[in-house]
Design a binder for this molecule. Structure first.
Ligand SMILES: C[S@@+](CC[C@H](N)C(=O)[O-])C[C@H]1O[C@@H](n2cnc3c(N)ncnc32)[C@H](O)[C@@H]1O
Length: 220
C-alpha cells in the first residue's frame, strides 16, 4: 500500500497489520536493546524510583517484554499503541513472561498518545522509535504530555543526527528532542546518549539513534 501524504493514523493502522511479520532482529536492534537495559539499570533502577511504567507506542511488545524480563521490580506496566493489530501481537509476544509472574503487572490499551487519558503518573514513561513518527506540528504537545504523565523519568529512543539527510521517508522525522525537553518547565535535567559501539571497524555499530532521558520534578 502506498502513502503519498503521511497520515500517522492511517499509516500505522495499516502497517500494524504486518509490522511483526516483517520485523527482523539485526545488530542495530541487539545493540539498542543492550544499551537501553544497561542505561536503565545504571541510571534508574539503582535509585529504586522505577516500579510503574507507561510505554507509548509499544508495537508488538519488543521493549515491553525486554523491560519486564530485566526489571522484576515492575509492579505496574501500561502499554499503549494506536494499532489494534500491534496490541494483539504484543499480548501474544509477552504472554509467556506474564504467565511466569505471580501478579500480572501488564495492561494493554489501543490508544494513541494524544488521546490517552490517565489520572495517575508513572515512574518511567518510555517510547521507543515512536516520537520519530510524530508530525512536527504535534511533537511538542506530545512530549509535554509524556512529561506530564511521569513522576520522574521520560525516556525516548529515536533516530537522531545533527545533519538531516537530504532525503527522508515521509513517516520519519528528526526532532530536536533535547531542546524540546529543556523548554518544558517541569524538566530538570536532560541526557542524550548515542547508541553506537566503537569497536574495531569490523565490529563497530552506529544505529544513528540516541537514548533521550528527561528527569522531571512532577510527583503524585
Ligand atoms: C516503529 S514502531 C516501534 C514499536 C516498538 N516501540 C519498538 O520499539 O519495537 C512505532 C509504533 O508506534 C505506534 N505509534 C505511532 N504513532 C503513535 C501515537 N501517536 N500513539 C501511539 N502509538 C503510536 C505505531 O502503531 C507503531 O506500533
Amino acid at each position: 500500500m502506498g502513502f503519498d501524504v503521511y497520515n500517522p493514523h492511517e499509516y500505522w493502522y495499516e502497517h500494524g497489520k504486518s509490522y511483526k511479520e516483517q520485523f527482523r532482529y539485526n545488530k542495530n536492534f541487539e545493540l539498542q536493546e543492550s544499551l537501553v537495559i544497561d542505561y536503565l539499570r545504571r541510571n534508574l533502577a539503582s535509585s529504586s524510583s522505577f516500579s510503574t511504567v507507561l510505554e507509548a507506542g509499544c508495537g508488538f511488545g519488543r521493549i515491553t517484554r525486554l523491560l519486564l524480563t530485566n526489571f522484576p521490580n515492575i509492579r505496574e506496566y501500561q502499554a499503549i499503541d494506536l494499532s489494534p493489530d500491534q496490541i494483539k501481537n504484543a499480548k501474544e509476544f509477552t504472554r509467556s513472561v506474564v504467565e511466569a509472574m505471580s501478579d500480572n503487572p501488564l495492561n494493554f490499551a489501543v490508544s494513541d498518545i494524544q488521546s490517552f487519558q490517565s489520572e495517575r503518573k508513572y515512574d518511567l514513561v518510555i517510547a521507543s522509535e515512536v516520537l520519530m513518527h510524530i508530525l512536527p506540528s504535534e511533537i511538542e504537545k506530545v512530549m509535554i504530555k509524556l512529561v506530564n504523565m511521569s513522576n520522574h523519568h521520560v525516556v525516548n529512543i529515536d533516530w537522531y543526527e545533527r545533519e538531516k539527510p537530504r532525503k527522508m521517508a515521509p513517516h520519519n522525522f528528526i526532532h530536536e528532542y533535547e531542546k524540546i525537553y529543556r523548554n518544558i518547565p517541569s524538566v530538570t535535567e536532560v541526557y542524550q546518549i548515542p547508541i553506537a559501539n566503537k569497536g574495531s571497524w569490523l565490529r563497530s555499530v552506529n544505529t544513528k539513534q540516541c537514548i533521550f532521558h528527561a528527569l522531571t520534578k512532577n510527583s503524585g
